[in-house]
Design a protein around this ligand. Structure first.
Ligand code: FE2
Ligand code: FE2
Length: 203
């Protein structure tokens, strides 16, 4: 099945009309010269992306309690707490994914998540406790969720392409929870931002 797909793709590109000197010609010749290396590269890309998000999720289990403690709004604090529990599940699901692949769960430092968490930390350090700081925490937290949504969406798509349906559904479960966490934050921002802009106390 897999080799048929590869052969099919080769046949299609070979029978495509030739364009002299165009970028299409260059990319066709690259396809031909790389040959079977493609699949090896793709599984390494998939594995590296898994290691990246595994590091990111573990890093978040340390950051979320600090964000919860810093939140002034009770609903925001509770949302961080419940997402911490989900995040612990995300770590376990990724361990299941590694297991399904027959690989040892390994984390690779994710500079993007390190930076996003750092932005939240800066908000905590730079502003006084109150609704305005909560608004900054929500901005930081939503950037984090969007990074995760992008990572899981891509991983899920690749798992499907590899015919790894069980892995795809594990990744999809997490992707959905990240999406719900993002929506919840949008909902809470309605009150928090309102208080930050118009409230008298702790604004
Ligand atoms: Fe997560
Ligand atoms: Fe998340």
């Amino acid at each position: 099945m897999k080799s048929t797909e590869t052969n099919g793709a080769r046949t299609a590109s070979a029978s495509a009309p030739q364009k002299s000197g165009s970028s299409a010609t260059r990319s066709n010749s690259k396809t031909a010269s790389n040959g079977s290396g493609h699949r090896e590269n793709l599984s390494k890309i998939f594995e590296d992306t898994l290691k990246d998000i595994y590091w990111a999720e573990k890093h978040l289990t340390k950051a979320l309690p600090k964000m919860s403690k810093a939140a002034y709004d009770e609903n925001l604090s509770a949302a961080f707490d419940s997402h911490l529990q989900e995040t612990e599940t995300h770590v376990q699901r990724l361990e299941q994914v590694f297991e399904q692949l027959g690989k040892k769960a390994q984390a690779k430092k994710c500079p993007a998540m390190e930076g996003l968490v750092e932005e939240g930390k800066e908000a905590i350090e730079e502003y006084e406790e109150g609704y305005a700081r909560d608004a900054a925490l929500i901005i930081a937290a939503q950037k984090i969720e969007h990074y995760e949504i992008a990572a899981y969406g891509s991983l899920k798509a690749h798992a499907k392409m590899m015919g790894e349906d069980e892995i795809a559904s594990l990744l999809e479960e997490t992707e959905e929870e990240e999406g719900n966490a993002d929506k919840k934050l949008t909902e809470i921002s309605g009150t928090v931002n309102q208080q930050a802009y118009t409230g008298d106390s702790k604004a």
